[in-house]
Ligand binder design. Structure first.
Ligand SMILES: Cc1cc2nc3c(=O)[nH]c(=O)nc-3n(C[C@H](O)[C@H](O)[C@H](O)COP(=O)(O)OP(=O)(O)OC[C@H]3O[C@@H](n4cnc5c(N)ncnc54)[C@H](O)[C@@H]3O)c2cc1C
Length: 399
């Protein structure tokens, strides 16, 4: 990385009386940075700018809302006004940031321009859209924020069947939740198993069996090529093996792409995500990034725990005490109540092998290197109780 150095000295960093710290976004990353800064600096002016409604909600709750008995309104944690009052924030909602001028330390928004002392990009990610043919291609839904989910729940009304493209974490969670709510669920994925990027085959098979037992129909080794709305109102999916599948709604859960366009257009280095160093600092001064939009020291980790760690380090950095982020091992829980999963996959390129042990109603899969050191794990069912003990044995992701 070219920007390895710490953001220089406190004198060059924020002065409490200067322009506000401006945070773009109102997701977990944005609000967590704001809260962490507020803990350290009660007087620091902080402005959040978001194109969304500006309230706080826990995004992970979207994919198990039926199981939790919640409708979209009940998923809202705190309204904008409450967040603004509680943490003494200025929150500009329904406002799009369109340009960053790093030299002038200003941004342009749909509501006018504004100066910042430090700028935090907490922009999130966009769902990947696959090129799919047919007269209903524009009706394919994806869920990556509260608004998407509210729209999805509306679209579900009077429907019985949902097909999901993608058997990854989000696809499996929605499949389980929709099956719990008595929808007919089909999951289509070109790979050979569920959670193919995270689980060894035996573990994938167990999860599939558990989800099949609550009614999920799997279609592996296939992809959706076309989607057409028939006169009857049904959707007809054309699959890559020349078969057809009938459903009512099609949900795409094929992955996310960090939002980098605003940064790239403003001269900020981007790669897979917005490139930042261990201080969450981009290549241009006074500009930082974290969360789903960021590539931190080469890692793009679109999960909650990396955000919490990054926000805790970034707050003192923004206030003039450069603090590098450390990432311990951060296992991810997959919210599939039919068979809960906790996984900490081995790093890409890590050599070794999976060693699997069946437990009463689950599986413990340990990934060990040639010297017997634990480098990753996948725990299913009752084996998830080993999460804390095993996490302590894993190497950190960024030490
Ligand atoms: C259904 C689902 C379930 C999940 N479950 C889990 C889980 O169980 N465990 C886990 O660890 N992770 C989970 N995740 C991932 C986790 O929720 C995300 O990593 C996290 O919420 C991302 O937060 P963020 O603030 O980086 O991005 P977002 O929440 O996407 O926020 C981005 C913000 O930036 C704003 N924005 C972007 N561009 C602009 C602009 N130009 N101008 C103004 N505003 C802009 C957006 O409006 C938005 O407010 C889940 C994700 C999904 C979708």
């Amino acid at each position: 990385m070219s920007n390895e150095s710490a953001p220089s000295t406190p004198s060059e960093a924020t002065s409490l009386n200067a322009a506000p710290i401006v945070i773009i976004g109102s997701g977990l990353a944005a609000f967590t940075v704001a809260k962490e800064v507020r803990k350290l600096a009660p007087q620091q002016a902080i402005t959040l700018i978001t194109r969304e409604q500006g309230f706080f909600y826990a995004k992970p709750g979207l994919s198990n809302a039926f199981g939790a008995g919640k409708n979209p309104a009940q998923l809202i944690g705190s309204e904008q006004e409450k967040m603004a009052n509680q943490f003494n924030l200025e929150i500009l909602s329904h406002t799009d940031v369109t340009k960053i001028d790093a030299t002038q330390k200003t941004i342009e928004t749909s509501e006018g321009s504004m100066s910042y002392s430090q700028l935090v990009l907490a922009l999130g990610a966009d769902p990947i859209r696959l090129p799919i043919e047919g007269n209903a291609a524009d009706q394919i839904l994806s869920i990556n924020d509260w608004q998407d989910y509210a729209h999805f729940r509306q679209a579900l009304e009077a429907k019985k069947r949902v097909a999901i493209m993608g058997a990854g974490l989000i696809g499996c969670e929605f499949a389980n939740d929709l099956a719990l709510a008595a929808y007919e669920v089909d999951v289509i994925d070109p790979s050979a198993q569920a959670l193919g990027k995270l689980l060894p085959p035996i573990a994938g098979q167990k999860l599939q069996t558990a989800l099949a037992s609550v009614g999920v129909n799997w279609h592996f080794g296939k992809s959706v090529q076309s989607v057409n709305r028939l006169v009857s109102g049904s959707l007809e999916l054309g699959l890559s093996d020349n078969t057809q599948l009938s459903t009512d709604l099609l949900l795409s859960a094929v992955g996310l792409k960090p939002r980098t366009a605003l940064a790239a257009a403003s001269g900020i280095t981007v790669n897979r995500g917005i490139v930042v160093n261990r201080y969450l600092q981009a290549n241009l001064p006074h500009i930082f990034a974290l969360g789903d939009c960021a590539e931190v020291d080469g890692l793009v980790l679109p999960y909650v725990m990396p955000i919490m760690n990054a926000a805790r380090a970034l707050a003192p950095t923004l206030l003039g005490q450069p603090t590098a982020v450390n990432y311990p091992a951060m296992p991810v829980g997959v919210k599939t109540p039919a068979l809960p999963v906790v996984v900490s996959p081995p790093a890409i390129g890590q050599t070794g092998q999976w060693i699997e042990t069946e437990t009463t109603d689950g599986l413990e899969a340990l990934f060990k290197d040639e010297d017997g050191n634990l480098k990753g794990f996948a725990l299913l069912g009752s084996a998830t109780s080993q999460k804390s003990a095993l996490t302590k044995l894993l190497p950190p992701l960024l030490a």
